[in-house]
Structures are given as structure tokens and as C-alpha cells.
Design a protein around this ligand. Sequence first.
Ligand SMILES: Nc1ncnc2c1ncn2[C@@H]1O[C@H](COP(=O)(O)OP(=O)(O)O)[C@@H](O)[C@H]1O
Ligand SMILES: [Mg+2]
Length: 56
Amino acid sequence: MPVIAIASPKGGAGKSTTAVILGTQLAHYGAEVTLLDCGPQPRAGGAAGEHGEDAR
Ligand SMILES: Nc1ncnc2c1ncn2[C@@H]1O[C@H](COP(=O)(O)OP(=O)(O)O)[C@@H](O)[C@H]1O
Ligand SMILES: [Mg+2]
């Protein structure tokens, strides 16, 4: 199972955005994708359509 990490200590660098776009494209081409956004202001879940406290 390949693991791709997008990491930087700088906030607002585009980590979540890049992860969401990369994950959705990999899924589009048939990959099974699990997306974890562990940043202090995670927003990948919201971008992927989840809401509330679980939108991480
Ligand atoms: N390639 C890009 N070009 C322009 N704006 C971008 C790009 N990638 C991200 N952004 C914008 O920058 C802001 C921060 O992105 P985000 O992915 O939340 O950063 P991080 O997860 O590193 O804190 C968001 O408003 C996002 O829309
Ligand atoms: Mg982020």
C-alpha cells in the first residue's frame, strides 16, 4: 500500500489543497484512497464533502 505524505511546517502552503486534489484524481483513476489531514487547521474533510467535527 503506497503512502504519500505532503508535509511542511508552514501553514497556508497548500498541503490540504494538494492532498485533496491528488487524492480525488487517484480515486478517479481507480485507486482506493484514504485521506488523513493532520494539520492544525484541517480542511480536507470539508473539501471532500464531510461536515462537522469529523470533517478532518
Ligand atoms: N496552487 C494554489 N494556487 C493558489 N492558491 C492555493 C493553491 N493551493 C492552495 N491554495 C490556497 O491557499 C490557501 C491555503 O491552502 P491549504 O491547502 O489550506 O494550506 P495548508 O494545508 O498547507 O495549511 C487556501 O485558501 C487554498 O485555496
Ligand atoms: Mg491544511
